[in-house]
Design a protein around this ligand. Structure first.
Ligand code: ACO
Length: 419
C-alpha cells in the first residue's frame, strides 16, 4: 500500500483505491471502481465504516469528543450564538452579517403561516396518534400546498420549511393535548413564537435561552440515521417536505431521537419501582434481560458526548431557576454515577449522551413526554435541510446500496398438491 492509494487484490484482479484525506486529516479509501475492477462489493452493517458522502457542514471526532458546525465549536455556538444564526450558518456556510441575519429573520417571520388545511388534517387524525406521526404527516402535507420548485434547493423552498416548522410542532403539541391552536405571531422571534404557540403564553428569558441552547445542540450531527434518510430520500429528487418527513420518521425510533422520551419514561419507571438504580444498572448489564439504559452510549462518541456536558450545565440552571426538585433528577444522577464507575459501561465506552439530560429540561419546562422527540426534530431541521441542500449542490447520484443475497438460489415452482 502506498500512502495515497490502497490496492485491493482478489481472485487475480486488482483495483487501486485512491486515499481521500478530509480537512481534519481523516483518511478514506475511494472504492468507486471496486466492483467493476474486482467483482467485489463491501458489506458493512450499520455503515460503521462507510462514508456515504463528502460534507463540509459538521465535523465530529467521537474519540476526542469534538463537535463543530462549519468549523465553529459547539460549546462556543451554544454559549454565544442563537438558533436562527446557527441555522443560517449550517445552511450557507458562514455566520451571517447583521443585515443578512435581519433579512433571514424577517423572511422566516413573513413565511411562517401554515395553511388552514394542515390544521384540518391534524384535527382529523386519531387522538392517540403520536406527535411524531402527526409531524411527519403535516410536514409531508405541506408539499401539497408548496409544490412549486420544492425539489430544488431554492431560497424560497428552504425559508418556507424552516419558517413553518416551529408553527407545525406547536400545533402538533396543542392537537395532541386536545387544546385550541394559538395564533401565529409574526412579530415574535423564532423560539419565542414557538413557545408562545405551544403554551399559549410568553416564556421567560431563562427558558427561551435554554430552548435556544437545546435547539443549537441538536441542529446537526453529520451523517446520522435521520440525516442519512433525508439525503437518501432527497437523492431520488423527492421534494424537501417528503425528504424531511422521511427524516422525522427515522428520528422517531428510541435508538435515535426517540431516546429522549425513552429516558424520561425509564426514569419514571425506576421511580415507580422504588428508585433502586443498582437493580436497573444490573439489568442493563444482563444481556438476557434485553434491557438497556436509555440515554447511554452513542454510535460515534466513545469518550463523552460534548453536547451532554453543555446540556448538563443548562439543565442545572433551568432546574435552579424554576426551583424544580424532581426525584427523577436524583435517579438520573445516581444512574450516571453508577455507570461512570462500572467496568461494564467503562469498558464499552458507554457515557450519558445528549438525550440523557434533554428530557429532564423539557420536563421541567412543562413539555409532555411525547413531545420530546418532536423538539429534537425542531432542532435538527436546519441540519436536515442543509444536508439536503448540500446533496443537491454536489449533484449526488441516487442512493442505492448493494446487498449480499443469502436466500434460495433458483428452484422450480411446484404445484400446491406437490409441496
Ligand atoms: N445499556 C446497556 N448496554 C449497552 C447500551 C446501553 N444503553 N448501549 C450499548 N450497550 C452495549 C451493547 O449491549 C454492546 O455490548 P457487547 O459488546 O457486550 O455486545 C456494546 O454496548 C456496544 O453496543 P452496540 O449496540 O453495538 O453499539 P452501537 O454503536 O451499535 O449503538 C446506541 C449505539 C444505539 C446509541 C446504543 O448505545 C443504545 O442503544 N443506547 C441506548 C439508546 C440511546 O440512548 N440512543 C440515543 C443515541 S444519541 C442520539 O440519537 C441523539
Amino acid at each position: 500500500m502506498a500512502e495515497d492509494k490502497v490496492i485491493i487484490t482478489y481472485a487475480g484482479k486488482s483495483t487501486e483505491c485512491p486515499v481521500i484525506i478530509g480537512t481534519e486529516q481523516e483518511p478514506a479509501m475511494d472504492i468507486a471502481n471496486l466492483r467493476d475492477d474486482t467483482g467485489l462489493v463491501t458489506l458493512d452493517f450499520g455503515y460503521k465504516n462507510t462514508g456515504a458522502t463528502k460534507s463540509a457542514i459538521t465535523f465530529l471526532d467521537g474519540e476526542l469528543g469534538i463537535l463543530r458546525y462549519r468549523g465553529y465549536d459547539i460549546a462556543d455556538l451554544a454559549e454565544k450564538s442563537n438558533f436562527v444564526e446557527v441555522a443560517y450558518l449550517l445552511l450557507y456556510g458562514e455566520l451571517p452579517t447583521a443585515p443578512q441575519l435581519a433579512d433571514f429573520t424577517s423572511k422566516l417571520q413573513a413565511n411562517s403561516d401554515v395553511p388552514a388545511e394542515i390544521a384540518t388534517i391534524l384535527k382529523a387524525m386519531p387522538k392517540s396518534t403520536h406527535p411524531m406521526a402527526q409531524l411527519a404527516a403535516a410536514t409531508l402535507a405541506l408539499s401539497g400546498v408548496y409544490a412549486k420548485d420544492s425539489a430544488k434547493a431554492t431560497e424560497e423552498t428552504i425559508i418556507n420549511i424552516l419558517a413553518k416548522f416551529p408553527v407545525l410542532v406547536a400545533m402538533v403539541m396543542r392537537n395532541t393535548q386536545g387544546l385550541d391552536f394559538v395564533p401565529n405571531d409574526k412579530s415574535l422571534g423564532y423560539v419565542e413564537n414557538f413557545m408562545n404557540m405551544a403554551f399559549g403564553k410568553q416564556a421567560s428569558q431563562v427558558i427561551v435561552d435554554a430552548m435556544d441552547k437545546l435547539l443549537i445542540l441538536h441542529a446537526d450531527h453529520e451523517q446520522n440515521c435521520s440525516t442519512s434518510t433525508v439525503r437518501m430520500a432527497g437523492s431520488s429528487n423527492a421534494n424537501v417536505y417528503a425528504s424531511v418527513s422521511a427524516g422525522i420518521s427515522a428520528l422517531w425510533g428510541p435508538l435515535h431521537g426517540g431516546a429522549n422520551q425513552a429516558v424520561l419514561e425509564q426514569l419514571e419507571a425506576i421511580e415507580a419501582d422504588g428508585g433502586d438504580t443498582a437493580k436497573f444498572v444490573a439489568m442493563a448489564k444482563d444481556k438476557a434481560s434485553g434491557f438497556r439504559l436509555m440515554g447511554f452510549g452513542h454510535r460515534v462518541y466513545k469518550n463523552f458526548d460534548p453536547r451532554a456536558r453543555i446540556i448538563k450545565k443548562a439543565c442545572d440552571e433551568v432546574l435552579n431557576d424554576l426551583g424544580v426538585q424532581d426525584k427523577k433528577l436524583t435517579i438520573a444522577m445516581e444512574l450516571e454515577q453508577a455507570a461512570l464507575n462500572d467496568s461494564y459501561f467503562v469498558d464499552r465506552k458507554l457515557y450519558p449522551n445528549v438525550d440523557f439530560y434533554s428530557g429532564i429540561i423539557y420536563k421541567a419546562i412543562g413539555f409532555p413526554t411525547d413531545m420530546f422527540t418532536p423538539l429534537f426534530a425542531l432542532g435538527r431541521l436546519p441540519g436536515w435541510v442543509a444536508q439536503w441542500k448540500e446533496m443537491k449542490e454536489n449533484k449526488e447520484p441516487i442512493g442505492r446500496p448493494r446487498q449480499i443475497f443469502t436466500g434460495a438460489t433458483l428452484r422450480p415452482y411446484k404445484e400446491v398438491e406437490n409441496r
